[in-house]
Design a protein around this ligand. Structure first.
Ligand code: NI
Length: 182
C-alpha cells in the first residue's frame, strides 16, 4: 500500500469515527440529550459538546494554522441535535485537515504527540470512551438505545464491507466486541 493510500485509509477511519458519533446522536431517544449517569455528572448533550471542544482545542494547540474558533464553554447543554451534529461535522473536518496537513508537510505537532497520527488516534480513543459513557447514561436514565438499531449504525460502520449485503454482525452487541447489553 502506498503512503497516499495509507493516509486515505487513516483519514477514512476518522471520518467513520465521526459518522458513528453523529449516528448515535441521531438515534437518541426522546429526552436523551438531558440524560446523565449521575447527579452532577455531565449530560449527554454536554458530553457531545465536550468532544467538539476537545477536538478544536487540540488542533489550536498543535496545528494552529488549521484552527477554527474554540467555543467559549466546553460543556454546553445544547438542546438541538441538528446543531450538535453540525458542530461535530465541522470539528471533524478541522481535525482531518490538521492531521493531513501536518503529515503532508512533514511538520511535527507543536505541543503534543510523537507523531501527527497520534492526534487522530487520541481523538478516536477519547470519543470511544465518551461514546460508552453516553450509552451508560441513557441506560441509567431508563432510556437505553435499542442495540439492534444502533449496532449497525455504530459498530457496523467500522466493520461492514462496502457493497456487502450481509449485515456486519448477526448479533451486533455480542459479535462486535461490545459486552452484552445487560
Ligand atoms: Ni473527555
Amino acid at each position: 500500500m502506498t503512503h497516499a493510500r495509507l493516509l486515505d485509509a487513516l483519514l477514512d477511519s476518522w471520518d467513520r469515527n465521526n459518522t458513528i458519533l453523529v449516528n448515535l446522536l441521531r438515534a437518541l431517544p426522546e429526552g436523551g440529550l438531558e440524560a446523565r449517569a449521575m447527579d452532577g455528572g455531565p449530560s449527554v448533550a454536554e458530553l457531545f459538546t465536550h468532544i467538539h471542544y476537545v477536538r478544536l482545542v487540540f488542533v489550536l494547540e498543535d496545528a494552529p494554522e488549521f484552527a477554527e474558533e474554540v467555543p467559549r464553554d466546553e460543556w454546553v447543554a445544547e438542546r438541538d441535535p441538528a446543531r450538535i451534529a453540525a458542530m461535530l461535522n465541522e470539528s471533524a473536518k478541522v481535525v482531518r485537515e490538521a492531521v493531513k496537513g501536518r503529515l503532508e508537510s512533514g511538520r511535527e505537532m507543536d505541543l503534543h504527540y510523537d507523531h501527527s497520527i497520534l492526534l487522530l488516534q487520541h481523538m478516536i480513543w477519547h470519543e470511544g470512551y465518551h461514546h460508552g459513557q453516553i450509552k451508560l447514561a441513557l441506560k441509567l436514565a431508563g432510556t437505553p438505545v435499542d442495540e439492534e438499531v444502533v449496532g449497525p449504525l455504530t459498530w457496523g460502520v467500522w466493520m461492514k464491507k462496502t457493497g456487502s449485503t450481509r449485515p456486519a454482525t448477526s448479533s451486533p452487541a455480542r459479535r462486535s466486541g461490545e459486552p452484552p447489553a445487560d
